[in-house]
Design a protein around this ligand. Structure first.
Ligand code: HSE
Length: 429
């Protein structure tokens, strides 16, 4: 074994960074044996230097992250500060000064992954980011390496623990969205400002990363259709139960049936209780992958938290250090397929639509005609009437999102349709 240690600079020492430092210390011998050389924490960049950080030598702590990545003797920079800047500049500066990078930064990777990969390639360095998607769950490397010989057709996942906790609570207790969110906040699952989670931004960034790797095609954050889950109601869960389904916030990356294009989207959807994703409870994440040769695979585990995320970071650190010792790099960006990323209008799926309508002769025929005129085939209709008004639940066969949108617009114009109570996609069948 080489005795000269590989030097690691840690950018950020919060929930994840402090766990990375702790595991690097407590597992030092194992890590050295697995890598073939010891790893040494050579510097820790933080915002608040006065904070006491157990197990970290205060002499290593600095507020000057730029100077740390420019030192020239750093082998690997571990970036766990998150956000776009200064993380982006620090990562590119690290490459310029000879370091490889391990990052947990989904927002940055989703927005600027191509440029960061290009910078890594230009300098002959590694960029690994297993921790950016679904915490501890191995996904990036299985898609990038283990499935490199297969053809992935679909990635369907629960990649946000906060929203899964809320939806699971609504499902199991009948609570409304706000009540379930309040509980998630009280228990520390939801942040004080939960927007990134509940509006689907966090999941959309992860979908962009997964789709890009799965389909060997650049998928930008802007390519991902996004709907949050704040409008999901207790009534939606009752409808889902009647259908033998539950509701999950899903990230769905799909190859079109003709193979020529792909789509990526995040939205709440009904899935049958028989689907493996339906049984993912609490704040857990799971990703279901469908490929030509392997068939169906499911990856399951904790998608957030200091220790689980640090596990993914450490796995990358070991891989990058091994590459470094061998004078090589791992796989870089693979975007050769360059498939068209289609818009949401071209997505084809089933829909569950709840309408409030007048309960009088001809209304059902009127509504059915609108669906027919837009080429949307109805699978089932269920009506419950009371005092001249009725609630009509229509479940469609597979139709394009554009056709469904046209249908709903036309339905809203009917005098007999008092309102469209909810529209929910039905997935996983
Ligand atoms: N906020 C995310 C979640 C974890 O709730 O899953 C970090 O991506």
């Amino acid at each position: 074994m080489r005795t000269r240690p590989l030097k690691v600079a840690l950018l950020g020492c919060g929930v994840v960074g402090s766990e990375v430092a702790r595991i690097m210390t407590t597992h030092a011998d194992d890590l050295a044996a697995r890598i073939g050389a010891p790893v040494e924490l050579a510097g820790v960049a933080v915002r608040r230097p006065s904070k006491v950080r157990e197990g970290i030598d205060p002499a290593l702590v600095t507020t000057d992250a730029t100077a740390l990545v420019k030192r020239g003797d750093i082998d690997v920079v571990v970036e766990v500060i998150g956000g776009i800047e200064p993380a982006r500049t620090l990562i590119t500066t690290a490459f310029e000064h000879g370091a490889s990078v391990v990052s947990a930064n989904k927002a940055l990777l989703a927005q600027d992954g191509a440029a960061l990969h290009a910078a890594a390639g230009q300098h002959g360095k590694d960029l690994y980011y297993e921790a950016a998607v679904a915490g501890a769950i191995p996904l990036i490397r299985p898609l990038r390496e283990s499935l490199a010989g297969d053809k992935v057709n679909r990635v369907l996942g629960i990649v946000n623990g906060t929203t899964n906790f809320i939806l699971d609570k609504m499902d199991s207790t009948g609570a409304g969205y706000q009540e379930a969110l309040d509980e998630a906040t009280a228990l520390g699952y939801a942040e004080a400002d939960p927007t990134a989670d509940v509006e689907g931004f966090d999941a959309a960034a992860k979908a962009a990363i997964l789709a890009g790797i799965a389909f060997h095609t650049r998928v930008r954050l802007d390519d991902v259709y996004r709907e949050g889950m704040t409008e999901v109601t207790a009534a939606d869960f009752r409808s889902a139960t009647e259908m033998g389904c539950t509701i999950k916030l899903l990230a769905i990356c799909e190859r079109a049936r003709d193979g020529a294009s792909v789509t990526a989207r995040v939205h709440p959807a009904m899935i049958p209780l028989s689907h493996p994703l339906a049984s993912v409870r609490g704040a857990y994440n799971a990703v279901f992958v469908e490929s030509d040769a392997a068939g169906q695979l499911m990856f399951y585990g904790p998608g957030a938290g200091g220790s689980p995320t640090a596990s993914a970071v450490l796995g990358d650190l070991v891989a990058v250090c091994r590459n470094r010792l061998n004078g090589t790099t791992g796989p870089g960006e693979s975007a050769y397929a360059d498939l068209t990323v289609s818009s949401m209008g071209e997505v084809v799926t089933r829909y569950h639509i709840s309408l409030d309508v007048a309960d009088k002769p001809g209304v059902l025929a009127q509504v059915a005609t609108v669906f027919a005129e837009h080429g949307v085939s109805i699978d089932t209709v269920r009506q419950q009437g009371k005092d001249g008004e009725a609630s009509l639940v229509v479940v469609t066969h597979r139709a394009s999102d554009a056709s469904l949108t046209g249908t709903v617009e036309a339905l809203r114009k009917l005098d007999t349709v008092r309102g469209v109570a909810s529209i929910m996609r039905v997935e996983g069948e």
